[in-house]
Ligand binder design. Structure first.
Ligand code: NAD
Length: 493
């Protein structure tokens, strides 16, 4: 049973309601969690507020917080396999993928430990000797963190590490489908020396446990990763008390392949771009834009290889990718594919659940390639968040830039070509937060991550990812105070 975590203690829900966590690969119950009520969330917010206003954390030195974050990274390293097992159990992700995710989580804590260690206030040169003018970087306050199910701990770490580095306190609500590793992290934080009340966790649905984190007056900022529609609702709620917001939303990311690209690398990476973690990746290359002259050979081989992708269980060495997160999501993907075909897309691979008897209890869907798509089709515009690739063709550089940008989203994209100048021109023209040239998916904690357009507001990772959780404060000190003579204090007769 996973309990809530409030003020450094495990607590039950005030309603004693619980929720079952289902293993997506076999449909079995793997865990049960307490389901927070609004009152529980308010208690957690209150604990975070007290810890911020009366506790030591916001006033500790950067060096101290850096040491604690380094300790968190060490403990995560020590307990890595416990986390890996829990993450794979909740998400059906292969163990090896959960291991990569854990390595990245550890790197994020180390990165912010280093960054905060060296941050100091900024001297402002005002051209007057008697003035000391400085910008201090203070914590924003009490943060509400709301995270999704696809990379549960990774998404949480992108928020928690910089929030703690800045001196903030927080209440996190992980996805109700994948709470296990976020819960484990609460114990790790306490063991590393984070004071009680600084880190709090509530569990449950978005509507009950999530909404108070976006509208409670004592929350100073809400940082959310998830779907576009949820992001819009959070903006509305947060606007009532003018909270700071950081939103990491969806994507419909173009993967552009020119005829002069290294075909083998482009092909291999096109598969990885879209089918990694069964397409449940915000930056998935779900829109393939391929130059017309190579379309037939490229797509035929892509579809052949997609049909060979081995679905399976997290611990099975032969598995190449796993199940979708839930039955609801599986049904959504089926409808999405049916709708695409009704719009004129041609099914080249997948399009159905696997027939393997061993997989029937899980939420599996075959990697799917839909050819003959164009920018105005719903399947090209909507994020499926599943293993579905739409294929469009283009003839010119100008045309492909227009097509690639013809979406409400702007999270990521890639361009494949051996012409470096062309690659840079296209990269510059794409209105997205991350562009890969002759590569797909890599990201590093040092580099900002986030979206243009409706893919979000603000950035995670990098120095900007820390800045989200800091308020710059200008302190102006006059060493030789004098009178201004602005108002002369004389009576006019
Ligand atoms: P979701 O929006 O359904 O849920 C995300 C979180 O919000 C969950 O914890 C959920 O309980 C909570 N929530 C739901 N309704 C809420 C409400 N009204 N108020 C407050 N909280 C609420 O998204 P999901 O299905 O968990 O995740 C998939 C989405 O996340 C995809 O659209 C994907 O693109 C996006 N995503 C984006 C990034 C990124 O970096 N941009 C990363 C991962 C996932």
């Amino acid at each position: 049973m996973i309990d809530l975590f409030i003020n450094g203690k495990r607590v039950k829900s005030s309603s004693l309601e619980t929720r079952n966590i289902i293993h997506p690969a076999n449909g079995e119950i793997v865990e049960t969690t307490q389901e927070a009520t609004k009152t529980d969330v308010e208690q957690a917010i209150n604990a975070a507020k007290n810890a911020f206003e009366k506790g030591p954390w916001p006033k500790t030195t950067n060096i101290h917080r850096s040491e604690i974050l380094t300790k968190v990274a060490e403990l995560l390293e020590r307990d890595k396999q416990i986390y890996v097992k829990a993450e794979s159990q909740d998400t059906a992700k292969r163990f090896i993928e959960s291991e990569y995710d854990m390595d990245d989580v550890i790197k994020v804590f180390k990165y912010y430990a280093e960054l905060i260690k060296t941050q100091s206030s900024r001297k402002v040169e005002v051209g007057r000797q008697e003035i000391n003018s400085e910008i201090d970087f203070e914590p924003v306050g009490v943060i509400g963190l709301i995270t999704p199910w696809n990379y549960p701990l990774l998404q949480a770490s992108w928020k928690i590490a910089p929030a703690l580095a800045a001196g903030c306190t927080f209440v996190i609500k992980p996805s109700e489908l994948t709470p296990s590793t976020t819960s484990l992290l609460m114990d790790t934080l306490i063991e590393a020396g984070v004071p009680a009340g600084v880190a709090n966790m509530v569990l449950g649905s978005g509507l009950v446990a999530g909404v108070p984190l976006s509208n409670h007056p004592d929350i100073d900022m809400v940082s959310f990763t998830g779907g576009l529609n949820t992001g819009k609702q959070i903006m509305v709620e947060a606007s009532k008390t003018v909270k700071k917001i950081a939103l990491e939303l969806g994507g419909k990311n173009p993967n552009i392949v020119f005829a002069d690209a290294n075909q083998e690398a482009a092909l291999d990476n096109a598969l990885n771009a879209v089918f990694l973690h069964s397409g449940q990746v915000c930056s998935a290359g779900a829109r393939l834009l391929v130059e017309e002259s190579i379309h037939d050979t490229f797509v035929t081989e892509l579809a052949r290889r997609a049909d060979l992708i081995r679905l399976g269980f997290p611990g099975d060495e032969a598995t190449e990718t796993g199940a979708l997160i839930s039955e609801n999501h599986l049904i959504k993907i089926e409808k999405y594919v049916a709708q695409a075909i009704s719009e004129g897309a041609i099914l080249k691979a997948g399009g159905k659940r696997p027939t393997d008897p061993a997989l029937q209890k899980g939420f599996f869907f075959r990697p799917t390639v839909l050819d003959n798509c164009h920018a105005k089709m719903q399947c090209v515009q909507d994020e499926s968040f599943g293993p579905v690739l739409t294929v469009e063709t283009f003839k010119t550089e100008t045309q492909v830039i227009e097509l690639a940008n013809d979406t409400i989203y702007g999270l990521a994209g890639a361009v494949w070509t051996n012409d470096s100048n062309k690659a840079k021109r296209v990269a510059k023209s794409l209105r997205v937060g991350t562009v890969w040239i002759n590569d797909y998916h890599p990201y590093v904690p040092q580099a900002e991550w986030g979206g243009f357009k409706q893919s979000g507001i603000g950035r995670e990772l990098g120095p900007a990812g820390l800045a989200e959780y800091q308020e710059p404060k200008h302190v102006w000190q006059n060493l030789k105070p004098g009178v201004t003579h602005w108002f002369d204090g004389k009576e006019v007769k």
